[in-house]
Design a protein around this ligand. Structure first.
Ligand code: ZN
Length: 100
């Protein structure tokens, strides 16, 4: 994952918040589960995880894709074009010269 280019467009930024938001929500619900009273039992509050997933998915779907970068692995760089500085020219068939 570290060798991939991260896109900073609004849609990808919001989508990247999905994992942390789910972890924070589960932690918060488990914290409420430890409170006295039993009303905030995890068995009653777990649908909040689905609400968080839905809200982030909706926000990601509605966000613009301006400046979106297609995910491309960096480990496979684009080869330089022949004739560029420092690159030997491409092989060319021998020319028919007069006198040979
Ligand atoms: Zn993007």
């Amino acid at each position: 994952m570290a060798d991939r280019v991260r896109c900073a467009c609004p849609r990808c930024t919001i989508r990247g918040l999905m994992g942390p938001a789910i972890i924070i929500t589960i932690g918060f619900l488990l914290l409420l589960d430890q409170m006295r009273g039993g009303f905030f039992d995890f068995g009653n509050t777990w649908p909040m995880i689905l609400v968080v997933i839905g809200v982030i998915s909706l926000g990601s779907a509605l966000a613009p894709m301006s400046g979106h970068i297609v995910d491309t692995p960096v480990s496979r760089p684009v080869p330089p074009s022949p004739g560029a500085p420092g690159v030997p020219p491409a092989w060319q068939p021998p020319q028919n010269r007069p006198g040979q």
